[in-house]
Design a protein around this ligand. Structure first.
Ligand code: ADP
Ligand code: ADP
Length: 228
């Protein structure tokens, strides 16, 4: 599903963010990526959705080699991978419905299907009753649920989340985790970078720890494992 073979990333300013990582993530897995600030977590997951390109090494997502992929095929990659961010990244002038529909419209989905699919994912994140609301009328947790709906509306095989609970209180964070768990149970592979010790320790999923741009630990049912 997701494979990295001896992947390295040096930024143009010379910072060596990723230094020889090889991993294999199977279809349907739920994986936490942990590590101290600056360890390379964001760079690691940004390379999975081609926001950053590796300096060296091979990344394969669902059978597609990212390096040799033609620019014109990137939209197809974006249909295989949904992404959720710490700061939600909703479009402020669009309603909840429009924010989610937008992801389908940009890939030229047939308009007849759009409404059905948008309402279906808003149901999964329990926000059907707020379809007409604007983002600023929602709580942080609700905004993150809209972002999740947007990320899954294309039925991606992989959902990538970069600190999705970073701006949320503990109860709201758990709500978000239960939704991500449900999405994972429907068969979507989930890769989530996080600093949330409680969540990692309670969920007992695969944990990949990154330290200095290398994998320092990879456990099937791991814990958070840092003192702070
Ligand atoms: P984490 O997500 O674990 O905090 P990052 O992947 O963001 O780690 O950063 C790893 C290292 O790469 C850090 O030293 C960071 O300063 C550096 N870095 C991240 N993004 C860039 C960039 N766009 N240009 C230059 N250096 C970067
Ligand atoms: P560009 O078209 O300028 O290369 P991108 O398409 O890479 O820009 O990304 C545009 C914005 O969408 C960025 O904020 C990026 O992080 C985000 N993004 C990229 N891929 C996805 C995805 N699969 N799902 C959701 N958001 C994404």
């Amino acid at each position: 599903m997701i494979e990295m073979q001896d992947v390295w990333k040096t930024y143009p300013n010379g910072v060596m963010a990723i230094n020889g990582i090889s991993i294999y993530i199977k279809k349907g897995e739920f994986v936490y990526v942990v590590g101290t600030s600056g360890a390379g977590k964001s760079t690691f997951i940004k390379m999975m959705y081609r926001e950053e390109k590796p300096t060296r090494g091979i990344i394969t997502i669902d059978g597609t080699k990212l390096a040799t992929m033609k620019e014109k095929n990137i939209p197809y990659l974006r249909r295989k991978i949904g992404v959720v961010f710490q700061d939600f990244k909703l479009l402020p002038s669009l309603t909840v419905y429009e924010n989610v529909a937008f992801a389908l419209e940009v890939i030229e989905e047939k308009s007849a299907n759009i409404k059905k699919r948008v309402m279906n994912v808003l149901d999964i994140v329990r926000l059907k009753n707020k379809a007409r609301f604007m983002p600023h009328e929602l709580s942080g947790g609700e905004q993150q649920r809209v972002a999740i709906a947007r990320a899954i509306v294309n039925n991606p095989s992989v959902l990538i989340a970069d600190e999705p609970t970073g701006n949320l209180d503990p109860d709201t964070s758990w709500e978000i985790m239960h939704i991500l768990e449900e999405i994972n149970e429907r068969g979507t592979t989930v890769v989530m970078a996080t600093h949330n010790r409680d969540i990692v320790n309670n969920m007992r999923k695969r944990v990949i720890a990154i330290d200095g741009g290398r994998i320092s630990r990879d456990e099937v049912r791991g814990g958070y494992g840092y003192e702070s």
